[in-house]
Design a protein around this ligand. Sequence first.
Ligand code: HEM
Length: 399
Amino acid sequence: MSTVTVTGFKQANQALALADLKQSLYDEGKVLMDSVLVTLHGEEHRRRRLLEMRIFKKDFFNYYEKEVLPPVVERTLAKFRGQGRADLMDFGRRSMLDLTADFAGIDRPSNSDAERDELVGIIHGLGAAATLGQYQGDREAVREAVRRTLRQFDERFFTPSAARRQALIDRFRAGEIGEAELPRDILTILLRNEDGLDLPRDMILRETGFYYLAGAHTSVHSLTHAMHEMFEWVRDHPEDAERIRADPLFVQRCVHESLRLHPSSPIAQRRPTCPVHLPSGEDVTPDDTVVVDLYRANRQVDTFGPDAAVFNPHRTLPPNLPPYGVTFGVGIHTCLGRNLAAGDVARPGTDPEKHQYGTITLIARALIANGARPDPEDPPQREPNIAREAWARYPVLLG
Ligand code: HEM
């Protein structure tokens, strides 16, 4: 029983594409993660993923970036503009939590700060399930806390959100309303279940909670990392300051470069379903664990150049190489929210007016347009107690 770690960029891509390696990062966190998309394998995974991909119908990204995102960002900015300052982590949580809740299908009927604070607590509580494999203390106590959080999520948010959607679906089926009047979110897709999959209520509850978790945490950290990298870049390269203010494609380039350096899931983990010869050369069996080190794969000098470990938005890459590396995973479990968070990759001739930028770039642009800059009196602080790099707080001035 051994652990094999894959660090090469090409080998990471190849390993993640192997059908005989099964998800194992969340084995300890079944209390939330049992039967959610990212833990399924084979045919079951394929059918669930196909069902959920229905959310990306024609025009979805245009609808999301033009209709869902702007009011959320404006409301969050309005809260902080008057104070002339914000903490980027808090700002990110308030905007990304709302966006991801809309994508997952969680209503916030009172639209109040108290309700948002409750959801921040729920995300935090559910998040413990995803990292249980790395937790050294009493895991059963954590599981019990996750169960309590899941009950709170169910009663306060899931049950009313599902009931409202089910009523709309019933009216749609009765021909009383058109499809355009149904919410465009994962919960509606699961309740409609057009493919007739076996989806018990408990599973839909966990899947909705998982989506909320998968989308929110990752994007909040990625936004703060990207803002930090841009602040540092402008400090050292004042000639690019105007470009960051005025060129949205350049800001997206900065976001992608930052995503490469700071993948919010630094590793993927798999277990072989049979003896497997890995592309990196090792032979592994079902007793072994395969760790794919996304963080190190993204910093390989033979792929990204001799300065692979530093932020450089002018880096030139071959056209087939994703600028964010393997940050969103590869193969069957490739992040389903990738386009939502990071947008399309720009190509020569991309029209900035029609381009799809992704939530992180659009929120970063709104912050830049509002004069966001580090607060010299209150320096940012890193999270001290977790292995991966993360910001605990990042105070900025606005205006
Ligand atoms: C910067 C933001 C994000 C990052 C870095 C990220 C990263 C990842 C990674 C690495 C995986 C693959 C895990 C594996 O192979 O074991 C993944 C899967 C997934 N992500 Fe994301 N994610 C982000 C945002 C989102 C958002 C916004 C959503 C949804 C709204 C989302 C939903 C999912 C789902 C549903 C899966 C599972 C896909 C499957 O198993 O088929 N993610 N993500």
